[in-house]
Design a protein. Structure first.
Length: 78
Protein backbone atom coordinates (compact mmCIF):
# COMPACT_ATOMS: atom_id res chain seq x y z
CA UNK A 1 0.00 0.00 0.00
CA UNK A 2 1.30 3.43 -0.93
CA UNK A 3 1.63 6.08 1.76
CA UNK A 4 -0.83 8.92 1.00
CA UNK A 5 1.75 11.52 2.01
CA UNK A 6 4.22 10.04 -0.47
CA UNK A 7 1.53 10.28 -3.14
CA UNK A 8 1.02 13.96 -2.29
CA UNK A 9 4.77 14.55 -2.46
CA UNK A 10 4.87 12.98 -5.92
CA UNK A 11 1.99 15.16 -7.10
CA UNK A 12 3.65 18.28 -5.75
CA UNK A 13 6.94 17.37 -7.41
CA UNK A 14 5.22 16.74 -10.75
CA UNK A 15 3.52 20.14 -10.85
CA UNK A 16 4.67 22.36 -13.71
CA UNK A 17 6.85 25.33 -12.83
CA UNK A 18 4.92 28.51 -12.17
CA UNK A 19 5.22 31.39 -14.60
CA UNK A 20 7.24 34.30 -13.17
CA UNK A 21 4.18 36.57 -13.42
CA UNK A 22 2.52 34.48 -10.70
CA UNK A 23 5.38 34.82 -8.21
CA UNK A 24 3.82 37.48 -5.97
CA UNK A 25 0.43 35.76 -5.94
CA UNK A 26 1.92 32.37 -5.12
CA UNK A 27 4.07 33.86 -2.37
CA UNK A 28 0.87 35.25 -0.90
CA UNK A 29 -0.69 31.77 -1.10
CA UNK A 30 2.31 30.33 0.77
CA UNK A 31 2.50 32.94 3.51
CA UNK A 32 -1.02 34.28 4.01
CA UNK A 33 -3.56 32.46 1.88
CA UNK A 34 -6.37 33.82 4.02
CA UNK A 35 -5.81 37.25 2.43
CA UNK A 36 -6.38 36.12 -1.18
CA UNK A 37 -9.30 37.97 -2.72
CA UNK A 38 -11.14 38.02 -6.02
CA UNK A 39 -8.92 40.97 -6.98
CA UNK A 40 -5.84 38.77 -6.81
CA UNK A 41 -7.41 36.19 -9.09
CA UNK A 42 -8.84 38.83 -11.42
CA UNK A 43 -5.39 40.38 -11.81
CA UNK A 44 -4.03 37.03 -12.96
CA UNK A 45 -6.94 36.60 -15.37
CA UNK A 46 -6.28 40.09 -16.72
CA UNK A 47 -2.65 39.03 -17.24
CA UNK A 48 -3.91 36.24 -19.49
CA UNK A 49 -4.02 33.23 -17.19
CA UNK A 50 -7.00 30.89 -17.31
CA UNK A 51 -8.93 29.87 -14.22
CA UNK A 52 -7.56 26.35 -14.66
CA UNK A 53 -3.96 27.61 -14.68
CA UNK A 54 -4.58 29.73 -11.59
CA UNK A 55 -6.29 26.86 -9.79
CA UNK A 56 -3.57 24.34 -10.64
CA UNK A 57 -0.75 26.63 -9.52
CA UNK A 58 -2.63 27.57 -6.35
CA UNK A 59 -3.23 23.94 -5.38
CA UNK A 60 0.35 22.92 -6.21
CA UNK A 61 1.84 25.69 -4.08
CA UNK A 62 -0.59 25.13 -1.20
CA UNK A 63 0.16 21.41 -1.25
CA UNK A 64 3.92 21.96 -1.29
CA UNK A 65 3.69 24.46 1.55
CA UNK A 66 1.49 22.13 3.59
CA UNK A 67 4.02 19.34 3.16
CA UNK A 68 6.86 21.68 4.11
CA UNK A 69 5.02 22.60 7.31
CA UNK A 70 4.25 18.95 8.03
CA UNK A 71 7.95 18.11 7.70
CA UNK A 72 8.90 21.00 9.98
CA UNK A 73 6.40 19.85 12.60
CA UNK A 74 7.63 16.24 12.40
CA UNK A 75 11.20 17.41 12.82
CA UNK A 76 10.28 19.56 15.83
CA UNK A 77 8.39 16.70 17.46
CA UNK A 78 10.75 13.90 16.75
Amino acid sequence: MTDPIDELRALAAAAPAAPPEMTAYLQKVRERAYTITDRDVDALKDAGFSEDEIFEQTVAVALAEGLRRLDAAAEAIG
